[in-house]
Ligand binder design. Structure first.
Ligand SMILES: [Zn+2]
Length: 168
C-alpha cells in the first residue's frame, strides 16, 4: 500500500484516509480536507490516501488542513507553504489515537454545550423484518448526525414490541 498523508496546517495532526474512518465516527471530521495549492487552487473534500481530495490530484506541495481546522483558521485562501508529511500516513495509527472531537464543537460559543438526543421510533408490526428495522434505525441515526453536529450522544431505539436497541 502506498498510502500517504499530510499534517494539518492548524492542528498538526494527520489528514485521515477516508477508507479508514467510518461515517459517524467521532473523528469523521479528520478525513474532510481543504488543500490550498501554490497556484491558488483550493480543493475541498474527503482525502483518499493517495494525494487526492474529492478525487482531484493535489500538486506536489499542497498546504492541507482538516476542513474543520481550515474553517477555524478563518478559511485562508493564501498558500502558506507546504504541509509536512504525516508520519502515520493517515492510516497506520493505533486505535484511539484520533478519538478527538470536532474542534468546531469545542470552540462554539457556549449555549449549554453538547447534548444528548434520544429518539424512539415505532414500526408497524410485521411490516419490516428485524434486519430491515435495524437498517432503518441506523439510517435515521446517520441522518440525524449529519444534520445536527452538536449531538454527541444519541440513542435511537425501537419503541414497543421487541428488544432491539442501539446506543451510541
Ligand atoms: Zn487539523
Amino acid at each position: 500500500m502506498g498510502f500517504f498523508s499530510y499534517e494539518c496546517k492548524r492542528c498538526g495532526r494527520s489528514i485521515l484516509n477516508v477508507h479508514g474512518v467510518e461515517g459517524g465516527a467521532l473523528n469523521e471530521w479528520m478525513r474532510e480536507a481543504v488543500a490550498v495549492e501554490e497556484n491558488g487552487t483550493i480543493l475541498k473534500g474527503t482525502y483518499d490516501g493517495y494525494g487526492r481530495v474529492n478525487d482531484h490530484d493535489l500538486s506536489d506541495e499542497p498546504a492541507v488542513w482538516h476542513l474543520a481546522c481550515w474553517e477555524l483558521a478563518g478559511k485562508p485562501t493564501e498558500y502558506p507553504g507546504p504541509s509536512g508529511g504525516a508520519s502515520d500516513q493517515g492510516w497506520f495509527y493505533d486505535e484511539g489515537d484520533y478519538d478527538i472531537r470536532d474542534p468546531r464543537l469545542e470552540e462554539k460559543p457556549a449555549c449549554g454545550g453538547a447534548y444528548t438526543l434520544e429518539v424512539e421510533v415505532s414500526f408497524t408490526e410485521g411490516e419490516l423484518s428485524s434486519a430491515e428495522e435495524a437498517e432503518e434505525l441506523e439510517f435515521l441515526e446517520r441522518e440525524i448526525r449529519t444534520h445536527l453536529s452538536d449531538v454527541l450522544r444519541m440513542r435511537v431505539s425501537k419503541l414497543g414490541v421487541g428488544s432491539w436497541k442501539k446506543t451510541t
